[in-house]
Design a protein around this ligand. Structure first.
Ligand SMILES: [Zn+2]
Length: 132
């Protein structure tokens, strides 16, 4: 794990424990993620993050709304996967960023407890994940 990932991880943990973001944390996140962090906060402000979880297993995936006018939604795991184009292009192929704005939005919303919670059966969740 890179140093910046470790820093980001520590900040998320702090936010999770207080359910609030301080100015210092905001500047760190902004420093680490730049424009993507601004985009992510806009998505959180729109309540654009669903946390879809299996009733019994508690396993979950995020569904995050995009910023284009078409309002596409992307399935994503905050730590390691997003179905959007930027994830494959900027992160997997070029290794230029730590994560995309949807992953950031998911992480921020879940740290703040600001996700829209959706419960589905574990069968439905499995079916959903099998299509990723
Ligand atoms: Zn994404």
């Amino acid at each position: 794990m890179s140093a910046s990932s470790l820093v980001a991880e520590a900040v998320w943990k702090d936010i999770e424990s207080t359910r609030a973001v301080t100015d210092d944390q905001l500047s760190i996140l902004h420093f680490l993620f730049g424009k993507n962090f601004e985009r992510a906060t806009r998505i959180v402000d729109q309540r654009g993050i669903k946390r879809i979880s299996g009733e019994l297993s508690g396993r979950f995936v995020f569904q995050v709304v995009g910023e284009s006018r078409r309002k596409e939604e992307y399935f994503c795991f905050a730590e390691n996967y997003c179905a959007c184009y930027s994830f494959f292009y900027d992160i997997v192929n070029r290794g230029e960023q730590l994560c995309c704005k949807h992953q950031l939005a998911a992480r921020l919303a879940s740290s703040l407890g600001a996700c829209v919670e959706v419960k589905v059966s574990d069968e439905q969740l499995a079916l959903l994940l099998s299509k990723l």
